[in-house]
Design a protein around this ligand. Structure first.
Ligand SMILES: Cc1cc2nc3c(=O)[nH]c(=O)nc-3n(C[C@H](O)[C@H](O)[C@H](O)COP(=O)(O)O)c2cc1C
Length: 328
C-alpha cells in the first residue's frame, strides 16, 4: 500500500481509483487472468436493445500507431445483458458501468430504463453510434441531438449518466456543454476517430466496412487537447479516453482536466496493462509528493513568459524513436 488516496468522484459514483477499461475492449475472459476488483470500475461493451451481428470482417486493421476497428456494435441484446452480464460482474467488488447504444432517442430511453437495475452502477451512453433520425450521423456530432437524446434518458433513470462523446465533431466543447445541460453527470472524451486504410496490393479497404474508428497512441494528443478544452468550460467531471498506454499517459489526461481514464487498445497488447498503469500512477504520485490523485485534475502548468523566451531557441523534434512505441 502506497498510502496515496486514489479515490475519485464521478457524478455521485465514488471509485477506488481512476482507471477503468474502455467500452468494447475488455472481455469477461480477462477476469480469469487478472484481478479486476482492483480497477476503479468495469465498463461493458455497448449493449443494444436487440441482438446485433455487427459488421462483416475483417473488423480490425493495424496502423502505424494504433488500430482501425469496424466491429459495428456486435451485441447479444439487453435481455442477455440482464440475464448474464450483470450477474457475472456482481461477484467482483467493482462498480459495473453499462455502456448503451441505440439508433433512436426513444430506443435509447427505453434501454436506459430497462438497464436501471440493481448491479448497474452507472450508464455510459454511447452517442457516437449512427442516429437513424438524423441520416446516420452520430448523435454526438451535434449539440442539439446530444441534448435531445440525453434529456430523454435523464427522465427515465436516476443512475449516474456518462455521455460518451465522439471526436468526429467540429466543436467538442459545444457538444460537451449540451450533454451537461441535458443532465449528464460526466462526459467521456472520447470514442474513436473516423478513419480509413487501404491495402495497396488488393486495392481494398483493410476493414470490411470500408471505414472504421482509429484508436491507440495516434489519437492521444488530439483527445488530450479536447479534454483540456472541455475541462475549462464544464462543471461535470471528464473521463479521458484515447491512446493511454502508460501511467504517464493517464497522468497527462488528468493534468489536462480528466478526473478518470479509460484504457482501450492497449489492453489488446498488454492484457494486464491496466494494473501496471495503476501501479505507475501511484509511483508517480509518491515521486511528486501528491497525496491525493484527484489533486492532479486540471493541474497543467504554463511556463512564464520569461521561460518561454528562453526555450524558444531550443525548438526541435525530440525522441523520434518513440513514434510507434506502442502501436499494435
Ligand atoms: C475493438 C474495439 C471495440 C470498441 N467497441 C466500443 C463499443 O462497443 N462502445 C464504445 O463506446 N466504444 C467502443 N470502442 C471505443 C473505445 O471504447 C475507446 O473509446 C477508443 O478505442 C479509444 O481508446 P483507446 O485509444 O485507448 O483504444 C471500441 C474500440 C475498439 C478498439
Amino acid at each position: 500500500m502506497s498510502g496515496i488516496d486514489m479515490t475519485v468522484e464521478l457524478g455521485g459514483l465514488r471509485l477506488k481509483n481512476p482507471v477503468m477499461p474502455a467500452s468494447g475492449t475488455f472481455a469477461e475472459e480477462l477476469t480469469h487472468v487478472l484481478d479486476i476488483s482492483r480497477f476503479g470500475a468495469v465498463v461493458t461493451k455497448s449493449v443494444t436493445p436487440e441482438a446485433r451481428l455487427g459488421n462483416p470482417g475483417p473488423r480490425v486493421a493495424e496502423t502505424a500507431a494504433g488500430m482501425i476497428n469496424a466491429v459495428g456494435i456486435q451485441s447479444k441484446g439487453a435481455d442477455a445483458f440482464l440475464a448474464h452480464t450483470v450477474p457475472f460482474y456482481r461477484r467482483f467488488d467493482v462498480p459495473l458501468i453499462a455502456s448503451i447504444s441505440a439508433e433512436t432517442a426513444d430506443q435509447f430511453a427505453a434501454l436506459a430504463a430497462k438497464l436501471s437495475v440493481d448491479g448497474v452502477a452507472a450508464l455510459e451512453v454511447n452517442i457516437s453510434c449512427p442516429n437513424l433520425e438524423d441520416d446516420g450521423r452520430s448523435f454526438a456530432m451535434d449539440p442539439g441531438q446530444t441534448a435531445r437524446v440525453l434529456e430523454k434518458i435523464r427522465r427515465v433513470t436516476d443512475l449516474p449518466l456518462f455521455a460518451k462523446l465522439t471526436p468526429n465533431t467540429g466543436d467538442i466543447v459545444a457538444v460537451a456543454l449540451a450533454a451537461e445541460q441535458a443532465g449528464a453527470d460526466a462526459v467521456v472524451i472520447a470514442n474513436t476517430i473516423l478513419a480509413m486504410a487501404i491495402d495497396v496490393e488488393t486495392r481494398r479497404p483493410k476493414v470490411g466496412n470500408g471505414m472504421g474508428g482509429l484508436s491507440g497512441p495516434a489519437i492521444k494528443p488530439i483527445i488530450v487537447r479536447m479534454v483540456y478544452q472541455a475541462a475549462r468550460r464544464l462543471r461535470v467531471p471528464i473521463i479521458g479516453c484515447g491512446g493511454i498506454c502508460s501511467a504517464e499517459d493517464a497522468i497527462e489526461y488528468m493534468l489536462a482536466g480528466a478526473t478518470a481514464v479509460q484504457v482501450g487498445t492497449y489492453t489488446f497488447l498488454q492484457p494486464a496493462g491496466m494494473l501496471d498503469i495503476l501501479a505507475g500512477m501511484e509511483a508517480y504520485a509518491l515521486r511528486h509528493g501528491v497525496t491525493r490523485i484527484r489533486d492532479l485534475v486540471g493541474a497543467v502548468e504554463w511556463p512564464t513568459r520569461r521561460e518561454q523566451v528562453s526555450t524558444n531557441s531550443s525548438d526541435r523534434l525530440g525522441g523520434g524513436g518513440g513514434i510507434m512505441a506502442c502501436g499494435v
